[in-house]
Every structure is written in structure tokens, then in C-alpha cells.
Write a protein that binds this ligand. Structure first.
Ligand code: AMP
Ligand code: GLY
Length: 414
């Protein structure tokens, strides 16, 4: 089998690594890939970035299956385009991808189908939004409707902060159209969890739960990032929480997908908030999480490619997804300054010979040397019989790795 993996993050390195485990996979093309996929078994990086370029490559090279990492391609309709040309691709249609691409669409879907979520109001007029935030209790949450690279959510503690966010999003148009409409949402306290799952539109099978650490600094302080580390399973996802999630979120979501006739074959990522009132859905993502993937796939015993094929062929019901009875911890090594400005081109040393697996993200091979090329540079994933053991193994291996300005959080999973 020849597979095309679209994307260039740590998530895509992990996906390519996991797919490569299967003896039936001969070759994996990564578009555009990164320094990690350039060196991974069976993998080759290729230059293709637009949906049309990817389509041309898939047709010319008789690709058997395409797996899409980032949401942007999905929201731009790569699945519809590939299907029109009879190519096998794993991901939701453009219409279904709005569950991530538009917060208004997603919240309306949740409300219509009884998915438990925070109360909200949607606005397309800044004046109405500014009037509304004068009347509400604080804190509240303000969200840009469209994709904003993880920066479209502001937790406002006062009317002044809410007004500043509304002006930023709707009037100054910081997100170039993505903030022209907004959601103002009830603030929920609690602990967060990520549950990735796979669906063929007939069933949704949840994977092992995980926990992201979004803030840049220890103790969850400072601005949010794409994620500075993850653990799986999520210690807060007890059997009781998972049963509530199934009842209040997963089942109504599946019913909604079917009732709305959405063409949804792919990954659904449920971003959850757990508190004493139950389990709430904060958001849907229509793709795998990064760095959730770096802990979920290393724990997966099942063949990922078999699962994906079963989903694409609509026979997921007969599949069982199994995970190792272990805990995984992934710690991200980032460039100093991230999520703000940072340097690139720093040589990364000490990866070779490490016991634990390194998944590269913002890293590139230059003159046979691995150098930094992004904010989140790599993640190191270790498995253990307990969270403490996984943490200890990840951090002790991380100490061998170094580049100029390397930063990491010391409290992942603590
Ligand atoms: P989202 O993109 O909707 O997942 O929001 C990004 C982050 O903002 C989440 O991971 C939460 O940490 C926070 N957040 C979003 N919505 C809420 C909410 N209603 N209450 C509290 N925190 C929230
Ligand atoms: N780590 C969070 C995300 O992938 O959206």
C-alpha cells in the first residue's frame, strides 16, 4: 500500500510512524513532512501544499490512501476533491469540517442535537455584542467563529477585557475574517480532557483519553500554545466520566451526524471540560490533536491502517480498538520565545541513541543535520507502568537533547 500523509507537525510524524508499523504499508509520502518524517522508516517527504497539488500527486503516484493531519485542508474541502476523483481519503467532508471550522455552526449543532455544552450567544454585529457583554456575569469566554490558529479564544474577566476582545476580533479584524462573527460563551470551571475517536458515520469508537497542557509556563501560567505536553490516559477520565461522556456527548453527536446527513468519516476529537455538574463539550476538532497523537498512537495496539481502512469502507462496527495497559507521557521541546517570536536554524543534538521515541515537529534536515524550523521543535514520548514512571523516563531522556534556547515545561503530568 502507498499512503500519503498530509501535514508537517509532530502529529504527522507520529501518524506516519504508526502507519509504517503495518507490513502491508510499503511506502508513506509526507506532504510536506518535516526532518523527522524525512528519516522515518518507509517515509519520503514530497513538495505539495495546495489541495490541487496533493490531488495531482495522488493521481500520478496511484496513492491507495490519504490521511490528512491539519484541519485547514479538511475545511478547504480536500476530502470532497479527492472523492470526486475516486481516491480513498480519510477525513470529513468540507460541510462536516465546519464542526471545527465554525464555532457558530458547531454550537448550533450541539444545541440542536442535545450535546451537553456551555450556554452561548452568537453575534455578527459588534454593537450588539458590546451591548450584550455589559449585562453578563464574569468571567465569560469570547470565541472567534473561524479558524484562528488556536488564538481565537479569550477568557474575559471584566467588561473592559470583553470589549477589547470584541473590538480586536470584529472591528480590527485581527483574524482576517475569522473573527467577524463571534460566540460569547458561559465560562466553565473544571479540568480538561481530550478524547480522540474514529468514525465511519455509523459508529464512533473513542480512543484512550488524554490530557493536554496548553499554557507555555509551569502551573498552567502564561499564554496558550498548541500544547506543551500530554499524558494518556487522562487521570480525570474515570469510568463514571467516560459513561457520562458517552451518554451526554458521544451518542447525541453520532445521532446529529446521521440526522444532518453529514459525510463524516475520520477522526472526531472531543475537547471536554469535566466538573461536578457533569461533562461538557468545549469544542469539536475534525482531526487528531497535537500533541495528543504523540501519546495516543504509541499506546495503540491495534493496527491504525486497518482501522482507517475499516472506517473508509464503512465497517468500523466490527472493529475493536485496543490499547496497551500503560501510561504515556510526551514532553515538548520548544524554541525560546514560542508562542511569540523565536529563532530557527539551531542544531539539535543528542537525539540518536535515546531510549525513548522522539517525534519531530518544527525541525528540518539541512546538510545532514537536524535543525530547528518552528516553535514546537519535537516531543519525546515515554511509556511506563505508571504516570510517574512514564514522566521520569520522558524527562530523563529529554536531558540528553539540546539546542540553543531549548525550552520545556517541567511539570507535564504532575
Ligand atoms: P476551544 O478552542 O473552544 O477549545 O478553546 C480553547 C481553550 O479555551 C480550551 O481548551 C479551554 O482551556 C478554554 N475554554 C474554551 N471554552 C471555555 C469555557 N466555556 N469555559 C472555560 N474555558 C474555556
Ligand atoms: N493540542 C490541542 C489541539 O491539537 O487542538
Amino acid at each position: 500500500m502507498k499512503i500519503l500523509v498530509v501535514g508537517n507537525g509532530g502529529r504527522e510524524h507520529t501518524i506516519a510512524w504508526k502507519l509504517g508499523e503495518s507490513p502491508k504499508v510499503e511506502k508513506i509520502y509526507c506532504a510536506p513532512g518535516n526532518g523527522g518524517t524525512a528519516m522515518e522508516n518507509k517515509c519520503e517527504n514530497i513538495n505539495a501544499s495546495t489541495n490541487e497539488e496533493l490531488l495531482d500527486f495522488a493521481l500520478e503516484n496511484a496513492i491507495d490512501l490519504t490521511v490528512v493531519g491539519p484541519e485547514v485542508y479538511l475545511c478547504e474541502g480536500i476530502v470532497d476533491l479527492f472523492k470526486k476523483h475516486n481516491l480513498k481519503i480519510f477525513g470529513p467532508s468540507k460541510e462536516a469540517s465546519q464542526l471545527e471550522g465554525s464555532k457558530t455552526y458547531a454550537k448550533e449543532f450541539m444545541k440542536k442535537h442535545g450535546v451537553k455544552t456551555a450556554g452561548y450567544e452568537a453575534f455578527s454585529c459588534p454593537k450588539a455584542a458590546l451591548n450584550y457583554v455589559k449585562e453578563v456575569d464574569y468571567p465569560i469566554v469570547i470565541k472567534a467563529d473561524g479558524l484562528a490558529a488556536g488564538k481565537g479564544v479569550v477568557i474575559a474577566g471584566s467588561v473592559e477585557e470583553a470589549e477589547a476582545a470584541i473590538n480586536d476580533f470584529m472591528v480590527n479584524d485581527t483574524f482576517k475574517g475569522a473573527g467577524k462573527e463571534i460566540i460569547v460563551e458561559e465560562f466553565l470551571e473544571g479540568v480538561e480532557a481530550s478524547i480522540l475517536s474514529i468514525t465511519d458515520g455509523r459508529v464512533i469508537i473513542p480512543f484512550i483519553s488524554s490530557k493536554d497542557h496548553k499554557a507555555i509556563f509551569e502551573g498552567n501560567k502564561g499564554p496558550n500554545t498548541g500544547g506543551m505536553g500530554t499524558v494518556a490516559p487522562n487521570p480525570y477520565c474515570t469510568n463514571e466520566v467516560l459513561a457520562t461522556f458517552d451518554q451526554d456527548i458521544l451518542k447525541p453527536t453520532l445521532k446529529g451526524i446521521q440526522e444532518d446527513c453529514l459525510d463524516y468519516v475520520g477522526i472526531i476529537f472531543f475537547g471536554l471540560m469535566i466538573n461536578e455538574r457533569g461533562v461538557y463539550l468545549l469544542e469539536y476538532n475534525v482531526r487528531m490533536g497535537d500533541p495528543e497523537t504523540q501519546v495516543v498512537l504509541p499506546l495503540m495496539d491495534s493496527s491504525f491502517v486497518d482501522l482507517i481502512e475499516a472506517a473508509v469502507e464503512g465497517r468500523l462496527e466490527k472493529e475493536k480498538v485496543t490499547f496497551k495497559n500503560k501510561t504515556a507521557c510526551c514532553v515538548i521541546g520548544a524554541s525560546a520565545g514560542y508562542p511569540g517570536k523565536y529563532e530557527t536554524g539551531e542544531v539539535i543534538q543528542g537525539v540518536k541513541g535515546n531510549k525513548e521515541k522522539v517525534f519531530y515537529a518544527g525541525a528540518a534536515l539541512k546538510n545532514s543535520k537536524m535543525v530547528t524550523s518552528g516553535g514546537r521543535v519535537f516531543g519525546i514520548t515515554a511509556l511506563g507502568d505508571s504516570l510517574d514512571e512514564a514522566r521520569e523516563k520522558a524527562y530523563s531522556s529529554l536531558k540528553n537533547i539540546n539546542f540553543n534556547g531549548m525550552y520545556y515545561r517541567t511539570d507535564i503530568g504532575k
